[in-house]
Design a protein around this ligand. Structure first.
Ligand code: 5GP
Length: 191
């Protein structure tokens, strides 16, 4: 019984999509966050099973081999992220809608798999300079060094060019306004 709809929130790292997804989850109790798997290390404000399933590389590879992912990507060099098929079906079976916070390729991949019951939203970074500042001020306990930030910035430049393939594109100039718009779009889609 696949009643649930899917909301795919994509955009470069630092675009504000995680904050927006938290906002959607508190606004719409019928939405459930799809917890992804990742091989990156846990940040000090994160919880296993809530933000991600933090897996070893071996365990991630074994899930690839046993076809447990609906999609997976090497989002950054040697850092893997993926959505478990089981995570999606668990949420759909509970008659809720699924919310994904996922990179651009993964978002497009899911949209292709579920063209009829999914809504894809791209949160656009309006300025690489602002993005750079945001990434620098993020408090990670992982290696938040210049190299990592540059990798994320280069990826953001490429990702912005895929925006046109999404159902909606929102420029995140002002977080309050962006949240308002996303709530409106999601509300139209699920209600
Ligand atoms: P972060 O390390 O900042 O939590 O996430 C890095 C990027 O990976 C973000 O753009 C995030 O949306 C994306 N991401 C998170 N989960 C998944 C997933 O399951 N699949 C894919 N393809 N990307 C993901």
């Amino acid at each position: 019984m696949k009643k649930g709809k899917m909301i795919i929130l994509s955009g470069p790292s630092g675009s504000g999509k995680t904050t927006i997804s938290h906002c959607l989850l508190s606004r719409f109790p019928e939405l459930k966050f799809s917890v992804s798997c990742t091989t990156r290390s846990i940040r000090n404000n994160e919880k296993h099973g809530k933000d991600y399933y933090f897996l070893s590389m071996n365990s991630f590879i074994s899930k690839i081999k046993t076809h447990q992912f609906a999609e997976w990507e090497e989002v950054y060099p040697k850092l893997f992220y993926g959505t478990l098929k089981n995570e999606i079906s668990k949420i759909l079976k509970s008659n809720r809608h699924v919310l994904f916070d996922i990179d651009v390729k993964g978002g497009l991949n899911l949209k292709k798999q579920y063209p009829n019951n999914s809504l894809s939203i791209f949160i656009m970074v309006n300025s690489i300079k602002i993005l750079k500042e945001r990434l620098f001020t993020r408090s990670y306990d992982e290696k938040n060094n210049k190299t990592n930030i540059n990798i994320r910035l280069n990826k953001a430049r490429k990702e912005n060019s895929y925006a046109k393939l999404f159902d909606f594109v929102l420029f995140n100039f002002d977080l309050y306004q962006t949240k308002k718009k996303v709530i409106q779009i999601v509300s139209n889609f699920i209600l």
